[in-house]
Design a protein around this ligand. Sequence first.
Ligand SMILES: NC(=O)c1ccc[n+]([C@@H]2O[C@H](COP(=O)([O-])OP(=O)(O)OC[C@H]3O[C@@H](n4cnc5c(N)ncnc54)[C@H](O)[C@@H]3O)[C@@H](O)[C@H]2O)c1
Length: 259
Amino acid sequence: MTSVLYTGAAGRMGTVLRAGLAGEFERVVLFVREEVPVLHAHEEIVNGRLSDLDAMTEAMRGVDVMIHLAAVADEAPWADILESNIEGTYAVFEAARRAGVRRVVYASSHHAIGFYPVTQRVGPADPVRPDSYYGVSKVFGEALARLYHDKWGLEVVSLRIGCFRPEPEDVRQLSAWLSHRDGVELLRRSVLAAGVGFAVVYGVSANTRGWWDNDDAAVIGYVPRDDAEAFAGRFTPDDPAPIVQGGAFADPSYRGGVW
Ligand SMILES: NC(=O)c1ccc[n+]([C@@H]2O[C@H](COP(=O)([O-])OP(=O)(O)OC[C@H]3O[C@@H](n4cnc5c(N)ncnc54)[C@H](O)[C@@H]3O)[C@@H](O)[C@H]2O)c1
């Protein structure tokens, strides 16, 4: 049996993923700064902030897999990105190392490569092209993950998550959509797969219009089942289509809000 710790457990993804995996892990620690409305089987709360390295290290004692979801999950002023996504992510990896956690599942984002044109296929080996300060912070997290794996042997699965929604909401998401069902399976495999080592996996459904080569999905045994094409009829040729994969995040005037 596996024990896990979530950061960001009360957020949009944490809420759906925890419900989808309820009862599957022996012990589930929720390291949160705000209230969690519904607690599922085996879940316990530790209140704290990402900046409190000692508290986080204590909370991670006895934990096998740390699931790092907490972040400013949109474009934002640099000071906010710095505090949550840069300093906070450093503290999370360092606490995991100190506490002897075996694996970190890191919620990265496709905004790490959002400046690639929609006409180009992209895989994990291609150079990063972040589309925002937010995207830069995810590149930082992936680099930190690589360091902690290479230097201290931490197992890491970095998930370049597309758009996690119940259904695709615009033309861009016909390519980038991650269904709730596939997202739950993605996290299940990220936690439970044996012998992972280091992997960078696109968190995306089996979309006919997908842009990303996902070789490392096989490393964790992730096989998506949903396809955004089933919703394509909702959109018309008049609907705005993206030029680059990150969509509005790449716009120089974008300050957050589309998410
Ligand atoms: N939802 C998506 O479609 C999507 C896409 C790509 C990547 N991601 C990534 O997945 C993760 C979860 O996304 P989400 O949509 O659930 O975001 P969210 O904004 O709904 O939740 C993020 C959570 O992190 C917490 N948090 C932020 N800063 C914190 C800090 N300094 N200390 C403690 N807690 C802090 C917030 O309180 C919140 O509960 C994020 O890392 C995000 O960047 C999400």
